[in-house]
Design a binder for this molecule. Structure first.
Ligand SMILES: Nc1ncnc2c1ncn2[C@@H]1O[C@H](COP(=O)(O)OP(=O)(O)O)[C@@H](O)[C@H]1O
Ligand SMILES: [Mg+2]
Length: 403
């Protein structure tokens, strides 16, 4: 029986853990202790912090695992790179993982490899001679801590009056002694899921993002295909392939963030793991295969076929789909959850409630405040999106608390 070590036990690792179990793998889950839904599904649980690469390496060694992987989180990626290097397991390298986990390292690579990205500068926290440091950049800018995720430590800077607060925000969200300032790209944000295996980009699936406008944009849903402008597809592919090469990403899933401005793709960042917020499901539904299973098989060292399933005439059958998080508009306790959708509707792929009545939830501001999700499909993207809105209308979650 093969052994897989999965890092994280949260909502975005649960489907990966389930897939591992379905495949008959001995499934070890490592995570800090907490009320995480992945624990009861695992064959074995190790209560370790997934960023503690020494501790995770020790587990991987002692258990003699055949693979190590995660889904939907950047936090554990450096550990995966280090363990793969140390034990000769299949997965991204420590070097690639480190580049992916530092925005300055990543952007410097992009610049070196000619990837189109916002112009940027490194700013040591110790220096405040911004005029000199920002020479050549134009407002608006965006200040970013280099080693955080989920929009933490990121502030838009419209004029020098915003410098102090933006620097402070970066400082509060970093372990580094510098941050980066980059030009703000005014355009349409979108993303892509991709996979690279033995140096070959196996697929690139651009997707549209539904964004909640809080302090910064937070993705709350996605849809595919993303075809607002077919003419741009070759440019997306070119920039993504260059970025993958620049970061030396290999044998891993890729979660990419882009902005489209004037028909040109700007790369914001790439992560060496599959996306959260129903993005792995988006890949599975679109191509008609189980993406989690493929991610696991690559981690176990198999050579995996990523081609879409075919219809009767031998053409790839691609299924449009859409998803949305369920959220609360207030902090409080769930009173009731009602789903009035037809359970036999084939185009409602999944409706998930993360909590039960009596549980406390947050007013939505960031991704982890989600309280569930809905995923739909259709013959066309329009049908999938319409089904999504219908399905959402037939869900009522009542939360007691102050709005
Ligand atoms: N150069 C930029 N121009 C415009 N918006 C940006 C830029 N950089 C980041 N953003 C916005 O901030 C969000 C988070 O930035 P990102 O670099 O992806 O960091 P994180 O690791 O926190 O996701 C992006 O999704 C986008 O909405
Ligand atoms: Mg991002």
């Amino acid at each position: 029986m093969k052994k897989i070590l999965i890092l994280g036990a949260g909502i975005y690792q649960v489907p990966l853990i389930r897939a591992a179990k379905r495949m008959g793998l001995y499934t070890i889950v490592a995570s800090i202790p907490g009320n995480y839904p992945g624990f009861p599904l695992a064959d074995k649980v190790c209560y370790e912090n997934t960023v503690d690469h020494e501790a995770i390496l020790k587990i991987a060694r002692e258990e003699n695992v055949d693979g190590i992987v995660t889904a939907g989180t950047d936090v554990a990626v450096i550990t995966i790179g280090r363990v793969c290097d140390a034990l000769g397991l299949r997965g991204l390298s420590a070097e690639a993982a480190e580049i992916a986990s530092n925005k300055l390292a990543m952007k410097s690579r992009y610049e070196e490899y000619g990837v189109r990205t916002a112009r940027f500068r490194k700013i040591p926290f110790a220096r405040e001679d911004y005029e000199e440091l920002l020479e050549g950049l134009e407002f608006p800018l965006i200040f970013k801590s280099v080693d955080s995720s989920g929009s933490r430590g990121i502030t838009r800077v419209d004029s020098p009056a915003d410098f102090r607060e933006a620097r402070h925000n970066a400082l509060e969200n970093t372990r580094s002694d510098y941050f980066i300032a980059e030009e703000f790209i005014e355009g349409d944000e979108f993303g892509a899921q991709a996979f690279v295996q033995d140096g070959k980009v196996e697929f690139i699936l651009p997707h549209g993002d539904y964004v909640f406008r809080g302090d910064t944009g937070v993705p709350v849903g996605h849809y595919a295909p993303f075809e607002t402008d077919r003419a741009c597809a070759p440019d997306v592919r070119e920039q993504l392939e260059k970025a993958i090469a620049a970061m030396k990403l290999d044998n891993c899933a890729i979660n990419a963030d882009f902005i489209m401005r004037d028909g040109k793709t700007y790369v914001l960042e790439l992560g060496g793991r599959s996306g959260a917020t129903c993005l792995a499901e988006l890949v599975s539904i679109y191509y008609g295969f189980d993406y989690y299973e493929k991610i696991l098989r690559v981690a176990l060292g198999e050579h995996v076929d990523f081609r879409a399933i075919k219809d009767d005439s031998g053409r790839p059958r691609l299924t449009p789909n859409a998803s949305m998080l369920l959220t609360s508009d207030r902090d409080g306790v769930i009173l009731s959850q009602e789903n009035r959708n037809d359970p036999s509707d084939p185009d409602i792929v999944q409706i998930q409630f993360d909590y039960a009545p009596g549980d406390s939830v947050h007013a939505f501001r960031v991704g982890p405040h989600r309280i569930g999700h809905v995923i739909t499909k259709g013959d066309t993207l329009g049908a999938a999106v319409e089904k999504l809105h219908q399905a959402l209308e037939h869900i009522d979650i009542r939360v007691a608390g102050e709005a």
